[in-house]
Unconditional design. Structure first.
Length: 287
């Protein structure tokens, strides 16, 4: 009977876990819809703005080209974007591993690497290792707002202008769908030129003057790139958590089925033993 009691407790425990994971899956699915809409609406705008910025890169001169200026790379900043919470499969570990791999590659080139953690899981991971932590911006994912991301982008641009960092890279999960996210390393600064250098430069008509327009357009584009990465990471997090909770619910359901089968077998064996004891006792009395 002790075995039956233990099995009943395990079945109840698995049932409770299954209810929790199922509820978390539904919550993540609801959040995913909003996050997915945000990134899908932002992505075309951000991509076009980045394309324009890259096309203008070859025409930038003087102070206008400060964000495209290339120099000897001595100090590199990696911006690692993870979530503040777990229970989302390999979402966080993929970014932490990629950031660490990228940091080691940069170190092998004789460069000093700093890591800016955007997300609690990245900070918890790298603070235990021998890396220079440039800061912890976990509050951004508490409630995603453009104003918070804008401040982060302005700080990154200021550090690049002042020569604190010679290169800045964004490391985040690029959202494809609920089941697929791509860990990505993207050079943020200096601004890269278009991949197809042989193509003719686009001839833009500037209104107002080119200098005034570029002064507004370049920082705007750089802020949007960071905001897009944050939205990508946010949608990827909810997709990864929904998938992880879906698998956890399925596993709990399968474990519950196996435990119920074991419980029924044990209960049947217990009843059979009781019947045998009664029959044996009756036979002994009659004998």
């Amino acid at each position: 009977m002790a075995n039956l009691k233990e099995l009943r407790k395990r079945i109840q425990s698995v049932s409770s876990t299954m209810q929790i994971t199922s509820a978390m899956k539904m919550v993540s699915a609801a959040k995913l819809k909003k996050a997915q809409d945000s990134i899908l609406q932002m992505r075309p705008y951000a991509s076009k703005l980045k394309e324009i910025l890259q096309n203008l890169n070859s025409t930038l001169e003087g102070n206008d080209g400060i964000y495209a200026s290339k120099k000897e790379v001595k100090n590199v900043l990696l911006v690692a974007m993870t979530s503040n919470r777990g229970l989302c499969g390999a979402f966080n570990s993929n970014i932490n591993k990629l950031a660490r791999k990228t940091a080691e590659e940069q170190k092998s080139l004789g460069r000093h690497v700093s890591i800016l953690c955007v997300g609690k899981k990245a900070y918890d991971y790298f603070k235990k290792l021998e890396y220079t932590i440039a800061g912890n911006e976990s509050h951004i994912f508490d409630q995603i707002q453009y104003s918070k991301v804008e401040t982060l982008a302005e700080n990154l641009m200021a550090d690049f202008r002042n020569g604190k960092y010679d290169e800045i890279h964004l490391i985040y999960n690029q959202f494809k769908n609920a089941a697929v996210q791509y860990p990505t390393v993207e050079q943020y600064l200096p601004v890269q030129k278009p991949e197809n250098q042989n193509s003719a430069a686009t001839d833009y008509i500037y209104e107002p003057e080119k200098a005034d327009l570029l002064q507004l357009l370049i920082p705007k584009s750089l802020k949007i790139q960071v905001y897009k990465a944050v939205l990508d990471s946010n949608a990827s997090e909810h997709g990864a958590r929904m998938t992880a909770m879906h698998k956890a619910t399925d596993n709990a359901r399968e474990l519950q089925r196996v435990l119920k089968l074991d419980y029924n077998k044990a209960r049947q064996a217990s009843i059979t033993n009781e019947i045998l004891e009664i029959v044996s006792g009756a036979a002994a009395l009659n004998g």
